[in-house]
Design a binder for this molecule. Structure first.
Ligand SMILES: C[S@@+](CC[C@H](N)C(=O)[O-])C[C@H]1O[C@@H](n2cnc3c(N)ncnc32)[C@H](O)[C@@H]1O
Length: 317
C-alpha cells in the first residue's frame, strides 16, 4: 500500500489531473477505508473524542461523539441544509441526518467511499435527506447560497497551504460561496500547535498531509469571507485515537490478515504507528466560522464566484 507524501501532491498529479484516471488522495482513502472499517468498527474516518487516556469508549463510539459535538457547533435542526465537504463514506452525514433531522449533501473525490455512502443512504430511513456527489472541494458544483451549513472534517489537511486554485484558500472560498448569508462552517482538523513543539518524540512523516496552524486557517477564513465564532482545542480528547487504532489492528491481526492479507496488515500497522507518533506532536482544533455579511450583503469576493453548473450526481457502482 502506498503511503503518500507531501511532494506527491504538490509536484505530482493533482486531484483535478488524475494519475492513471483516478485522483491521488481519493485513491488512498479508497484503499484504506474497508480495512479501517474492519479494524475500528465504523465507517467514520475521523478522530474520536475520548474523555481522557483511560476512557474505554470503543473507536466507533468515540468517533460518533466527535460528530455530535460538531453537529452542536453547526446548530443543526430539521430542514437545515448541510454540505459535508470530504464526506468519506458518509458516517457523519448519516448520524447528523438521523439525530437532528437535517438534510445532508456529501461530496468527496474517493469513488468507492461515495458508492458506500450512497448504498448506506439507500437502506436507511432518511426520507431522501442524504445525497452524495463526486466533487473536488475546490470546485463545488452547486449554485451560490445553496446551503445553511458546511462541514470540513479532517479534509483541509489534504489540500496544500499554498495560494492557488487547489489550495485550502480556494476550498474555503468555495464553501463561502455555497453558503447562505447566515451560514456557518465548521472545520475540524489536526493542526500544529507551537506549545507542543519539541515536547515529545521526533515527529514522523504524516502521509498526504499539509497540516496547518490555527492562525493560518483563521487568516484563510478571513480572506474567504468568514468571521470566527469559536476556536476549540480538542487535542487531548482526540489524541488517544491513533494508539487505539494500533491496538485494534493488533487485537484483530488474524481475522484482518485472513481478509486483507499479511502485506496490508503490515502496511496499515506501520501507517497507524507513524500517525500515532506524528500526532503526539500535533493538536486538533474545531473552528466554527460564520459567513461575514457586509453593509450591502456578502463580501464582493464571494459574489464574484458564481457556480456555473448544477450538481453532478455520483453514480453507484
Ligand atoms: C480523514 S477522511 C474524513 C472523511 C469524513 N469527513 C469523515 O470524517 O469520516 C478525509 C476525506 O477527505 C477527502 N478529500 C481529500 N481531499 C479532498 C478534496 N480535495 N476534495 C474533496 N474531498 C477530499 C478524502 O477522500 C477523504 O474521504
Amino acid at each position: 500500500m502506498a503511503v503518500l507524501k507531501d511532494h506527491e501532491q504538490e509536484d505530482g498529479p493533482t486531484r483535478d489531473e488524475p494519475s492513471g484516471g483516478k485522483p491521488v488522495v481519493g485513491d488512498f482513502y479508497d484503499l484504506v477505508t474497508d480495512f479501517c472499517r474492519s479494524a475500528s468498527g465504523t465507517e467514520a474516518l475521523h478522530k474520536g473524542y475520548f474523555d481522557g487516556p483511560a476512557d474505554p469508549a470503543p473507536l466507533a463510539q468515540a468517533a460518533d461523539r466527535l460528530t455530535r459535538l460538531i453537529g452542536e457547533r453547526l446548530r443543526l435542526g430539521p430542514g437545515t441544509a448541510l454540505l459535508d465537504i470530504g464526506c468519506g463514506s458518509g458516517q457523519p452525514a448519516r448520524l447528523l441526518a438521523e439525530e437532528t433531522g437535517c438534510a445532508v449533501t456529501g461530496t468527496d473525490i474517493a469513488v468507492r467511499q461515495l458508492a458506500t455512502a450512497q448504498r448506506r443512504a439507500a437502506t436507511t430511513q432518511h426520507d431522501g435527506r442524504l445525497v452524495f456527489h463526486h466533487a473536488e472541494a475546490t470546485a463545488l458544483p452547486f449554485p451560490a447560497k445553496t446551503f445553511d451549513r458546511a462541514l470540513m472534517m479532517e479534509v483541509l489537511t489534504h489540500l496544500p497551504d499554498t495560494p492557488g486554485p487547489r489550495g485550502k484558500g480556494a476550498a474555503l472560498a468555495q464553501a463561502a460561496r455555497c453558503l447562505r448569508a447566515d451560514g456557518l462552517l465548521v472545520l475540524a482538523d489536526l493542526m500544529h500547535l507551537p506549545a507542543r513543539l519539541g515536547s515529545g518524540p521526533e515527529p514522523a512523516e504524516v502521509p498526504s498531509m499539509h497540516v496547518s496552524t490555527p492562525e493560518r486557517l483563521l487568516t484563510l477564513l478571513d480572506a474567504a469571507g468568514f468571521d470566527p465564532v469559536g476556536v476549540e482545542d480538542l487535542s487531548e480528547q482526540v489524541r488517544p485515537t491513533s494508539p487505539r487504532a494500533c491496538r485494534a489492528i493488533d487485537e484483530q491481526r488474524q481475522p484482518l490478515t485472513n481478509t486483507y492479507g499479511e502485506a496490508a496488515v503490515a502496511s496499515m500497522t506501520a501507517l497507524m504507528e507513524e500517525l500515532a507518533r506524528a500526532e503526539y506532536e500535533l493538536g486538533y482544533m474545531v473552528i466554527t466560522a460564520a459567513v461575514r455579511t457586509t453593509r450591502g450583503g456578502r463580501p464582493a469576493s464571494i459574489e464574484r464566484e458564481q457556480a456555473s453548473a448544477g450538481p453532478v450526481t455520483m453514480s453507484s457502482s
